[in-house]
Ligand binder design. Sequence first.
Ligand SMILES: Cc1cc2nc3c(=O)[nH]c(=O)nc-3n(C[C@H](O)[C@H](O)[C@H](O)COP(=O)(O)OP(=O)(O)OC[C@H]3O[C@@H](n4cnc5c(N)ncnc54)[C@H](O)[C@@H]3O)c2cc1C
Length: 391
Amino acid sequence: MRAQVGIVGAGPAGLTLALLLERAGIDCVVLESRTREYVEKRVRAGLLEQNTVDLLHELGVGERLAREGLEHRGIFLRHRGHTQHIDMAELTGRHITIYGQQEVVKDLIAARLDLGAPLHFEVSEVAIHDLEGERPRITYTHAGSEHELACDAIAGCDGFHGVCRPSIPLGLLTEHESVYDFGWLGILAEAAPTTDELIYGWHENGFALYSMRSPRISRLYLQVPADEDIERWPDERIWEELQTRLAAEGWSVGEGPIFEKGIAPLRSFVAEPMQHGRLFLAGDAAHIVPPTGAKGLNLAVNDVRLLAAALVDWFRTGSSAGLDGYSTAALRRVWRAQDFSNYMTQLLHDLGGGEFQQGLQLARLEYLERSEAAARSLAENYVGLPAAGDF
Ligand SMILES: Cc1cc2nc3c(=O)[nH]c(=O)nc-3n(C[C@H](O)[C@H](O)[C@H](O)COP(=O)(O)OP(=O)(O)OC[C@H]3O[C@@H](n4cnc5c(N)ncnc54)[C@H](O)[C@@H]3O)c2cc1C
């Protein structure tokens, strides 16, 4: 088998790249280790930057997003019952949209299948070969038989635990990593949100986040120790702690049946460069940010926006200038997002530093309230800097 581009992974990065390339007449094959049902149900991100929304519309997959996505003007920051609204629309002229990652994935899969383009689920034993040559290959097993796909380039869009990044010979990548000693306990509940925008809550007990997926479904998070046992968190304890950490006078968190519950670790990770020979890494395969800045999915989409443009130029003109600059261009936004995600994490979580640290955090929160420049800086990072200039 032969394709111009072999794409490993059908998450937001791989599926968006496939659509960008197909629309430019470049054929590609997408290989995914999970079932279609699994990837369409995997609950993860939910906050889309305007750049991401604009790109999905450009690709013709924005119809349901326009109908069902919840457009937000900004976020609330809450501490000790006091609430500040960061009005991002006013401060930046840009919006954020709440629309589940699994819905984005569903729309992208439907668009690819509509094109009749190859997308194989439940592949196994994926391995990549000959990255330094002109004909890199992907071998894999699908429906009980072994296959080989010869390509001009391979896109490693297989997430943090995929096979592409570890296929780069040792010593060629520099990996930067910081693992936090706390994680997020996240729930999905059948409960109408009692807030119309996200609430980021600072509290002595730890961070809490109130978000939503639809007018009937709430998505809430609590900071917990990284090694926390989920069994220690029956539903009543979760609601009690959310009410405590997000408390404000005359208001409460809307409660309802919890239908999903899990603990995710927090990690910052960057692999540099995001390329080796004809292999190009994109999305979580190359970098992870703590979710406090809501950047992971948006970075994945930005990577493939850059990568697609570079590949199209290469196939059309033979110039490798775009591909040679891909890693540098993508990493500029990655490091910006790392800095912002780290800032938000440090601002709002219990970092174990006691009262001194709490004093610093409260001073920063107050500064955000008193200084429009500080609020604008947070806002422009949160909504995402415009894509022009690739930053
Ligand atoms: C709890 C949580 C909340 C989050 N909240 C946000 C948020 O609000 N906003 C935001 O922007 N980001 C958020 N993120 C991060 C976001 O979900 C990820 O950054 C995003 O999924 C990255 O997309 P990706 O396509 O690079 O990787 P993935 O979505 O991980 O996709 C990789 C795909 O590759 C497949 N794969 C893996 N190995 C192989 C293999 N060997 N062969 C074939 N296929 C393989 C996987 O099954 C998967 O489908 C959150 C993450 C979590 C866990």
